[in-house]
Design a protein around this ligand. Structure first.
Ligand SMILES: *[C@@H]1O[C@H](CO)[C@@H](O)[C@H](O)[C@H]1NC(C)=O
Ligand SMILES: *[C@@H]1O[C@H](CO)[C@@H](O)[C@H](O)[C@H]1NC(C)=O
Ligand SMILES: *[C@@H]1O[C@H](CO)[C@@H](O)[C@H](O)[C@H]1NC(C)=O
Length: 199
């Protein structure tokens, strides 16, 4: 047991060379994979999808006994600026909220957005007898009297990106447009509201 000091300190030369070879192969693989990712990135030049709200209106707005009826129309502009990536929208839901309470939502038709494409989506949302808190009811009546209201418009979508011939896995696209100012009287024009996007 004792004579450890007498034994050779170096590992056998053959296994040392094997370790070095393995280390070099692993390093080379890491570099190759890194380069492949970099080249793919440079070729695809992925760009963010972009959303904005171009037009909006409220009709049949009525509050009675803290319940709301109203119809909301939003014209959304969905832009895919990518040269090499198209987008499958498999499920698309638009909702409108005020101070955190959802007033109405609707689903839109699934569609495939080609490369370098702008698609306009018309979202028609109906609030039918939506229960409001006392304070929300009051705030909305004050807004109505003042002539306009700030709303939050959200889009949630299940999307798949198609890169070349490959369809990537599903992911959830979340769009938030806030604040979206809407006038109660028609005949008003609007600036475009840009939306935040996350996917
Ligand atoms: C915006 O919507 C209003 C009301 O629906 C409509 O009268 C108007 O023409 C629309 N404007 C644009 C630029 O689409
Ligand atoms: C909303 O509309 C429904 C049916 O159209 C009606 O029964 C209800 O009283 C309305 N509620 C309000 C708050 O106007
Ligand atoms: C964008 O894509 C939609 C849906 O495929 C299509 O209807 C529309 O014509 C395209 N627009 C342009 C400018 O290519």
């Amino acid at each position: 047991m004792a004579p450890t000091a007498a034994q050779p300190q170096r590992p056998a030369p053959a296994s040392s060379r094997l370790f070095r070879l393995i280390a070099i192969v692993i390093l080379a693989l890491i570099v190759i994979v890194g380069l492949a990712v970099l080249i793919t990135w440079l070729v695809l030049k992925p760009k963010q999808l972009a959303y904005s709200i171009e037009n909006r209106s409220i009709h049949n707005f009525n509050i009675q006994n803290d319940h709301l009826n109203a119809t909301f129309d939003f014209l959304l502009r969905a832009k895919n600026p990518n040269h090499k990536i198209s987008v499958y929208y498999d499920l698309l839901e638009v909702s409108v909220a005020v101070d955190g309470q959802t007033l109405a939502f609707n689903t839109l038709e699934p569609f495939h957005q080609p490369r370098r494409n702008v698609t306009h989506l018309e979202a028609h949302l109906e609030a039918r007898d939506v229960a409001l808190s006392r304070s929300m009811s009051k705030n909305l009546r004050v807004s109505k009297a003042s002539g306009d209201v700030d709303l939050d418009v959200r889009v949630r979508a299940r999307i798949r990106l198609k890169v070349g011939i490959w369809k990537l896995k599903h992911r959830t696209l979340k769009v938030l447009c806030s604040p979206v100012l809407v006038h109660f009287s028609s005949w008003k024009t609007y600036d475009t509201t840009d939306c935040d996007i996350d996917y």
